[in-house]
Design a protein around this ligand. Structure first.
Ligand code: ZN
Length: 209
């Protein structure tokens, strides 16, 4: 759903913005703080998201399941006033909310649900795709940067996400024919239809409807 030409999109970062934590670090601080050094070391070699994936494997090998991860993530609260304001946007026809984040789908979905923000508040989440592999949480880097934007993580240029989205909106509103032809798979992929195996696209953009 791109909304009409009059729709105002409110775009939010997630870590240290919607929540007062960095969800990636939070998980390791709570469940294996000794892994943080490995996370920092591996980030220099393979990039942050790939390093998170590797460090999640360490947790998994210690017997920490995705359920344990979700339980810890459930301790992260969204500020009550902010949550209230976000809920009110649902009744404003001309406003839609979007998250653009270098966290991952599992963390964001879990925290939004814990805070009652999983029901129609955010129509779109652009982040690193996560999936389960034999109950082990895997994370793959979003891939739209190739290191060309040095202000952003090397896997995810948030500015480019928004520019691409604006371009797509313009295309869709310019021509009904283009609109029909432009319905790529990601547009209709709902939050509850997250892929759960390794057959996953390189990047994920979700419409939550
Ligand atoms: Zn950028």
């Amino acid at each position: 759903m791109e909304g009409s030409a009059d729709t105002t999109w409110l775009v939010f970062d997630f870590d240290n913005t919607l929540i007062d934590e960095n969800s990636d670090y939070f998980v390791f601080e709570r469940l294996g703080s000794d892994i943080l050094d490995t996370l920092r070391d591996r980030t220099r070699s393979v990039g942050f998201t790939q390093a998170v994936d590797e460090c999640l494997a360490i947790l998994w090998n210690r017997g920490i399941s995705v359920h344990d991860l979700r339980k810890e993530l459930g301790n992260i609260s969204v500020n009550a006033k902010l949550a209230g304001a976000l809920l009110q946007t649902r009744s404003v026809v001309s406003e839609r909310c979007m998250i653009v984040s270098d966290a991952n789908t599992e963390y964001i979905r879990t925290i939004l649900k814990r805070n009652g923000l999983d029901d129609g508040v955010f129509e779109r989440i652009v982040t690193n795709p996560s999936f389960l592999e034999s109950d082990r949480l895997r994370v793959k880097p979003f891939d739209n940067n190739n290191g060309t934007c040095r202000r952003c993580p090397e896997n995810l240029c948030k500015g480019r996400v928004i520019e691409d989205f604006r371009e797509k909106r313009n295309e869709l509103s310019a021509s009904a024919a283009v609109k029909a032809a432009g319905l790529e798979p990601w547009i209709d992929r709902g939050l509850n239809q997250l892929p759960t195996d390794t057959a996953i696209a390189e990047s994920v953009e979700l419409d939550i409807q």
